[in-house]
Design a protein around this ligand. Structure first.
Ligand code: 6PG
Length: 237
């Protein structure tokens, strides 16, 4: 399913309401968050409009990926989420399962993989998130599976250590098997810089399978792409 919004603010409002619906329908939700900058508008909307409405005790947050930096580093996905959301709502500490960016990457990848096995339901011999939220880079990466390391999509463990193609920054990322084992996956993609890859992936132009984002096909079939008009500008008639 693909939905296009006039602005990222409208997308944020829609997705926040969707999260609230899930919150009302379930007793517990295990959610993998994405990082980067796109989620900020959603977290700001949630903290402003759902602070007292959402039953945050039902929400158990994980990350699809994290930069290998300390938790207070401005590059940290955890730090971004804490700044825009956690610092403004009341949520039990134990509901926040951050990837320890300050730890040695391969040791942390193993620890986090074990944590997922311990905390999440299992299906198809894999940990199962209720919801995985993803962004997409303008190179077609998702989580921290980049085109130059697309083999990590099928990495043997649930979590892999990836390397940013430009900066060389190490990342811990869940692999494609865990992503595709989620009950539901939602892409949040905004900005004109994403429009070319959005078109290539959605029109399945030559070589689109080289982009990790194109490999997201949850076995449940529940996949949503939420785009603003800028990101969707090359697929809109
Ligand atoms: C990260 C993210 C990554 C992100 C995309 C899009 O750690 O950076 O998880 O996959 O979602 O790079 O990032 P923007 O939202 O900043 O464009």
């Amino acid at each position: 399913m693909l939905k296009i919004f006039k602005s990222k603010e409208e997308l944020a409002a829609y997705f926040s309401d969707y999260l609230y619906e899930l919150n009302q329908k379930h007793e517990k939700l295990n959610i993998a968050l994405s990082g980067g900058s796109t989620p900020k508008v959603v977290f700001d909307h949630l903290s402003l409009n759902y602070r007292d409405k959402m039953d945050w005790s039902k929400m158990h947050f994980f990350w699809g990926d994290e930069r290998c930096v300390p938790p207070e580093d401005e590059q940290s996905n955890y730090a971004m989420t804490k700044h825009h959301l956690f610092s403004k709502i009341t949520i039990p500490e134990e509901n926040i399962n951050r990837i320890l960016g300050e730890s040695e990457p391969s040791a942390e990848a193993m620890r986090y993989a074990n944590l997922l096995d311990y905390k999440l339901n299992t299906s198809n011999d894999l940990p199962e998130f209720d919801l995985v939220i993803l962004g997409m880079g303008d190179d077609g990466h998702t989580a921290s599976i980049f085109p130059h390391e697309i083999k990590l999509w099928d990495y043997k463990d649930h979590c892999a250590v990836a390397k940013h193609p430009e900066s060389g920054q190490r990342r811990v990322s869940i692999n494609g098997q865990v992503i595709n084992n989620a009950q539901e996956v939602v892409f949040l993609v905004t900005g004109i810089n994403k429009s070319k890859k959005v078109k290539e992936i959605h029109k399945q132009t030559a070589g689109y399978m080289n982009y990790p984002a194109s490999l997201v096909k949850p076995v449940s079939g529940n996949l949503k792409w939420l785009l603003d008009e800028a990101a969707a500008s090359e697929i809109m008639d």
